[in-house]
Design a binder for this molecule. Structure first.
Ligand code: ZN
Length: 362
């Protein structure tokens, strides 16, 4: 994510903080100050926000470290003003494992709330304490917020953790796509309810409603895509009618090819072997810098991912999404036999969906 800075690395997982998060801190500082708090009071307010976000990091680490136990890596964790996002590489395919990964986050909040109560709040009733000018009321509120975070995340609807847990439980009885649709449907129903209540009582709920609605529909779409791709060889979905460039071609011939058809990214060959990829973006910027006479070899991307023609579509598509590249050349031996792009996978999913609907109707 752009505008993010790495603040720590825990268990090999980089933790990023998003720029907008600093705005939130500034907002708390200024609003406390203008409410007549002295600097120490305002700092305590900031400290409180930081403590909350430390628990958000621990919550995400709960997910990430449980996933790691099942051999699944987490790319990074990013802190946003609305909470944390852990980019876990994929969800476990075994429903029981997904259940534990989902529940691990809220479990962390419950443990924190319990520890704070037992260690800080209960002793304070006999001996009042102060931690860095935080009153015991603040500490109690901290425990309450952790309870609230656990409760909110356990709502059994997508995209909350509770929705994932529900899907995992359903997936042990019915198929994965159907389980996702039920949990996503519940999520969208809940979003409507939040939105309706928010309209009249609390505008903040409208934001949550929007977030829940979008999360539920994107998860449902992703699962449908995954199921449409499952068990399909890559050769069934790749583009087979494509053009290539030679490493010694000029940028002008690349421009001609780009304008002549709808292909935007080109495999670059040398002696019939794939040596690079020329994307329309790098072509455009190279044209401005070096002009149309420059050689393709000088501006092409030399590090790229490929797929094998014997591969299945699903893992190749996951790689295509993971590398954020625009095209995955498909190789048979040394020869490029096809291209896989996000657009043509989307088209493939749509066509397969249409055929399935027809099969269901007939
Ligand atoms: Zn969570």
């Amino acid at each position: 994510m752009s505008w993010s800075w790495r603040i720590a690395t825990i268990a090999g997982i980089p933790i990023y903080i998003h720029g907008t998060f600093l705005l939130l801190i500034a907002f708390v500082l200024v609003s406390d100050w203008t409410r007549g708090q002295d600097l120490a009071g305002a700092m305590a307010g900031v400290l409180f926000v930081l403590a909350i976000f430390a628990t958000v990091v621990l919550h995400e680490l709960g997910h990430a470290l449980t996933a790691k136990r099942y051999g699944i890596q987490t790319r990074d964790i990013t802190l946003l003003p609305i909470g944390g996002i852990a980019r876990i590489e994929r969800m476990p395919d075994v429903p029981r494992q997904e259940l534990w990964v989902a529940l691990a986050g809220p479990a962390v909040n419950l443990v924190i709330a319990g520890l704070v109560y037992v260690l800080l709040v209960l002793p304070a009733t006999s001996h009042p304490i102060q931690i860095l000018s935080m009153s015991e009321h603040t500490i109690e509120r901290f425990a309450e917020i952790n309870l609230w975070l656990a409760g909110f995340n356990l709502i059994p609807a997508f995209p909350m953790d509770g929705g994932r847990a529900l899907r995992a439980l359903l997936a042990e009885r019915t198929d994965y796509v159907r389980a996702t649709q039920i949990a996503a449907g519940l999520g969208q129903g809940l979003a409507l309810l939040f939105g309706f209540v928010g309209l009249f009582f609390n505008p903040f709920l409208l934001f949550i409603a929007l977030f829940v609605w979008m999360g539920a529909s994107s998860e449902s779409l992703a699962t449908q895509t995954r199921s449409a791709l499952a068990g399909v060889p890559i050769t069934h979905a790749m583009i087979t009618d494509f053009r290539t460039l030679d490493a010694y071609d000029t940028l002008q011939s690349a421009v001609d090819l780009l304008l002549a058809g709808s292909q935007r990214d080109f495999p670059v060959l040398h002696d019939g072997r794939l040596v690079g990829i020329l994307t329309s973006d790098s072509l455009t910027s190279a044209l401005a810098q070096s002009g149309p006479g420059a050689a393709v070899a000088d501006v092409m991307e030399r590090t790229f991912q490929v797929a094998d023609a014997a591969e299945m579509l699903e893992p190749a598509y996951q790689r295509l999404q993971g590398c954020r590249c625009r095209v995955l050349p498909v190789l048979k031996g040394d020869r490029v036999v096809g291209l896989l792009t996000p657009d043509n996978v989307t088209e493939f999913v749509m066509l397969r969906g249409a055929l399935r609907r027809r099969a269901a109707a007939v």
